[in-house]
Design a protein around this ligand. Sequence first.
Ligand code: ZN
Length: 262
Amino acid sequence: MLPFYLLLGVIAAAFLIVRFVGTKRNGNTQNLTPRRAHRFLQRVHYYQNLTPAQQEVFRKRVIDFLAQVRITPAKGVKIRMLDRIYVAAAAIIPVFHKPDWEYSNLNDVVIRSGTFSKDFKGAPEDTNVLGMVGDGAMHRMMVISLHALRTGFEQRGRGNTAIHEFVHLIDKTDGAVDGIPEALLPNELAGPWLQHMQAAIADIRSGKDRDINEYGGRNEAEFLAVVSEYYFQRPEYLQESHPELFEMLEQMYKPQEAAPVS
Ligand SMILES: [Zn+2]
């Protein structure tokens, strides 16, 4: 009988080691029980507004995300579990209504202090940014400022840099960061969305539309990311000032609940 128990013991030990190493891999989910996650997530406005059943799903997806993606503070930066939760919440919010979504194009999120320079090829002209999705050597990487990360969740109504960057990443999954996130856009919406986006960008540039941050007028990718921040942070404001745009974003982010395109 001994070999049998020995075998059982070996299997159990192997299982524990795999589990331990698996969770230990990035340290994100250490001691993160669903209950503890719930406590942290209560600081996230989007989560507060979900039903208890939806909160359970959200929580699970946050924990799964944290188990898969490394979140690393840059040298000299100290981050808390709540900061990791913020990153994961920003990742899940835009794809919450896409139950099977996985960020297959992301391995690492690096948390920096303050602003930093974009130093990858083809970068836009700005030198100090709060967040970015990497390219080239920084492929599969997102960099975000700790201050911007916290501000996004702790000052309601303002922008949310982390959500902004995750929207770029979603946009990037079809190969082009061009404001046309094929994974979210129903086919029949692609044409109307492009038209609407171009007209809206022209309005921002000409000063006709002063309700949307002018950064959104920079190009199509920034337009999508900026209006998505409004959609998730200040939905009432967006719905009132830009009902048609709001409706299109509903189609992208909440396809099951939005009314069909007319
Ligand atoms: Zn951007």
